[in-house]
Design a protein around this ligand. Sequence first.
Ligand code: UDX
Ligand code: UDX
Ligand code: ADP
Length: 480
Amino acid sequence: MVKLCCIGAGYVGGPTMAVIALKCPSIEVAVVDISIPRISAWNSEQLPIYEPGLDDVVKQCRGKNLFFSTNVEKHVAEADIVFVSVNTPTKSQGLGAGKAADLTYWESAARMIADVSKSAKIVVEKSTVPVKTAEAIEKILTHNSKSINFQILSNPEFLAEGTAIQDLFNPDRVLIGGRETPEGLKAIQALKEVYQHWVPEERIICSNLWSAELSKLAANAFLAQRISSVNAMSALCEATGADVSQVSHAVGKDTRIGPKFLNASVGFGGSCFQKDILNLVYICECNGLPEVANYWKQVIKINDYQKARFVNRVVSSMFNTVSGKKIGILGFAFKKDTGDTRETPAIDVCRGLLVDKAQLSIYDPQVSQDQIQKDITMVKFDWEHPVLLKPVSPTALKQVDFVWDAYEASKDAHGICILTEWDEFKTLDFQRIYDNMQKPAFVFDGRNVVDPNKLREIGFIVYSIGKPLDQWLKDLPAVA
Ligand code: UDX
Ligand code: UDX
Ligand code: ADP
């Protein structure tokens, strides 16, 4: 029986290994992590991450050929293939701070693999790491290995949160990068055989190590660029009276462009886009390509601009002050169907409103109060960011209230901000919400989930990203 081990039981490692276990009953899969609470949760009824369909997959294989454990060294020692899926956050200090990936966790995982291995292994890079990390890891492994043969592969993960199980069941492609030596090709083949249990061969792409690593950064940069492009267009639509949904529909009909990832929003979030672009920027700068670095940086700058613009719309609409006013925040996660809040635009919007002394009442169906408190007060590295990202002092949490119901969040509020496109927000009883709000009652829809005209009929003043403005907003001085 082939044995797989995955170091890191997070958003990537957990679902990916669960699906491999489900699709490959002949393979034994161990997912290991240094975090005891995380592993206990994986072994409980309440999995540590919310992902539609995941519970089902885990229940079918856990205890059969899927195991979650904190006994990292034992499982690594026994495995034929070791996936490394540890976190690679952006460095917060030292060389490359704010841009380069922090490889501390990766390096310690690699050293541990070298330490405990007694037989040849294929080591698979699964987390997003900058180009040439595999080479660094290879060096660590070969210099510490007591002549054990290690083959390094890069197998970037393209799953998106909220649709992880679907994406894993039916991936657009699986990418495997490796050395172009006989041993390297053999390792690529071994991993390919794992995926071939369910992925059609033509969707499994093989390349050299560096191409695989760079493809992951490039794919995320291209996706984020589409959102920044449509968001930049949304500002122009608001200024001119065009409707961004109509524009993106028309643009997306061109088969060379395609319809996906053209939804204007309050900004993209998530653990990958910003981090990967910052990585790309850093790599370009290190390679003496400042023009290319600046080109990609602009994608993040537009994202920051979009969040700042949203806050400005809220404050300027409400007579230029939200001080002491209750504002209901509907949605905090970075997208629907996940409880993940990493880089969610809601953090920056809430901070911007708190700085202006608003009273926030936050509701998200999957995010805990504890998480939101941590996010709002967290000190982030100030990457050439505008004012919004200034940390908010813990005392500002007095201005924040957490509720488990959208109606409660909007009760007596002057305005509501929709920051995540949860399906349940589409079917709220807005008449009931309106009746319980202060007047004039404002809705700021950062995800274009409501029909602005229907809400206007009820009496709301509505701002939707990139849509024609209400007279109320038109009469205000232009926002920058
Ligand atoms: C373009 C639009 O495609 C068309 O829809 C619009 O109506 C008019 O402008 P055109 O300028 O005729 O059409 O040619 P197009 O095929 O778009 O190519 C434009 C330029 O981009 C060419 O110089 C082409 O060589 C270049 N190109 C195109 C690339 O360098 N790489 C590509 O992948 C595609
Ligand atoms: C992304 C990539 O899609 C995935 O392939 C990669 O492996 C990891 O990074 P993820 O961050 O989970 O996945 O979510 P994604 O669906 O890409 O959304 C990212 C952000 O963009 C979200 O905040 C989302 O709301 C926003 N978005 C997405 C838009 O604002 N408009 C769109 O049209 C699409
Ligand atoms: P991702 O979104 O990339 O999956 P997460 O932060 O969700 O990232 O998961 C990464 C996991 O890796 C965390 O649960 C963390 O505890 C784990 N981890 C980090 N370093 C090590 C290590 N050296 N050994 C085992 N697990 C590790």
